[in-house]
Ligand binder design. Structure first.
Ligand SMILES: [Zn+2]
Length: 383
């Protein structure tokens, strides 16, 4: 049996999520605690931090803003410009950039910023995509590493100490209290919560012809380099009340483009638009933990009073965890072709990573699937 939070629709199978004796999850509790926050004081704190790091003679950038061109990073860039900062925006390109993702990057640049884009060797990255999918069930592993390492490397290279990240994913999505309280992103945070799933960058050396020199951009700068520049990362979500949907509205008003229809497996058309492999990534989360992107989005809206729990349950049932035949309209076979995998091979990898405790099987131990290959959860009524 899967236990669900009685306030939102999150299951307790989510890693690091805790449901208390009243049946309420740690992410809901963390959101509830926001009411106690003095946001005016946080704003003041924020401006103090910005003043401390602003380039005094304006000869260098004031901060690094890691950006993808998505709704949140567009919003971050807008807020930095409004605060009178001169940011250097840095993109670590996604594993398989979509057309709409490229257009949104171009839009972000035209907010009026200097911009650096780092693309890692695509031949090696495809091998890592495949290796990580078959070994730890996460096709997006290389991207999860480089979105953290590349902006920090650029901070060191350009001598810019302040990095302004978006939200602390441990805050809204639930995680140990100590992690949620922390508003500074460090190497330790990356290793613990950055989603590396126990696969270290050094483990790749010797796999699939991957050598040490292929992995330069996947490595965090040394402690000596970080100390020399004085690199500090802050989460913008600590200083202002973060809301992805609100960010999307603001980003859209500044030219950000949304998808023409609901993104497959999600409940939104305004996020996760820049990587066509994301459908596979989200599906594996569903196979391992019994919830997908639709659950994440539903919970964010339930907590903010924009969706009733009953409606959330029925929308999640309708869209969560569907077999990813397409993503952003791109057929699965085209996405897999890039990493040299057939659909049949993919289905075998899926079955290998599917959690037998969370999905129904027949007497032979095979997963029960409908004609579209969709699984059935042991209890999907969220009761
Ligand atoms: Zn909850």
């Amino acid at each position: 049996m899967i236990r669900y939070c009685r306030r939102c629709v999150m299951p307790d199978t989510k890693p690091d999520l805790y449901i208390d004796e009243d049946g309420v999850c740690s992410a809901c509790r963390s959101y509830e605690n926001r009411k106690e926050i003095d946001w005016a004081q946080r704003t003041e704190e924020f401006h103090t931090v910005l003043e401390r790091y602003r380039s005094k003679d304006r000869s260098n950038y004031d901060c690094i803003v890691p950006v993808s061109g998505g709704k949140d990073s567009t919003f971050q860039t807008i807020r930095m410009l409004e605060a009178g900062m001169n940011p250097l925006c840095v993109t670590s390109t996604t594993d398989h950039l979509s057309d709409i993702g490229r257009r949104n990057i171009e839009n972000l640049k035209h907010l009026g910023v200097d911009y650096v884009e780092v693309s890692v060797n695509p031949v090696i990255r495809r091998r890592i995509n495949r290796f990580a999918l078959t070994n730890v069930g996460d096709i997006s592993w290389p991207e999860h590493v480089t979105i953290f390492t590349i902006p920090v490397r650029i901070a060191v290279q350009f001598n810019v100490p302040l990095i302004v990240w978006g939200e602390n994913s441990q805050n809204e999505y639930g995680g140990p209290a100590a992690a949620a309280d922390n508003h500074v992103l460090t190497r330790r945070w990356l290793e613990e919560f950055g989603g590396l799933l126990g696969l270290r960058v050094s483990d790749l050396i010797g796999q699939e012809g991957i050598e040490r020199h292929h992995l330069i951009q996947y490595l965090y700068p040394s402690d000596e380099e970080l100390t020399r520049v004085g690199v500090t990362g802050i989460f913008l979500g600590h200083f202002l009340p973060w809301d992805g949907y609100g960010n999307a509205l603001i980003a859209q008003a500044h030219g950000f483009e949304t998808h023409p229809y609901l993104v497959e497996g999600s409940l939104a058309s305004y996020e996760n638009l820049d990587n066509v492999q994301t459908g596979i990534h989200d599906y594996f989360k569903f196979l391992k933990f019994g919830f997908g992107r639709a659950t994440d989005i539903a919970c964010l809206h339930v907590r903010r009073g924009r969706l009733s729990r009953e409606d959330a349950i029925s929308l999640v049932k309708r869209h969560d965890g569907k077999f990813p035949w397409t993503y952003l309209g791109v057929p699965l076979q085209d996405v897999l072709k890039e990493i040299g995998m057939s659909v049949d091979e993919f289905i075998r990898v899926c079955d290998w990573f599917t959690n037998k405790k969370l999905f129904l099987t027949n007497s032979l131990g095979e997963f029960l699937k409908d004609a579209q290959g969709n699984l059935t959860k042991v209890n999907d009524n969220n009761q």
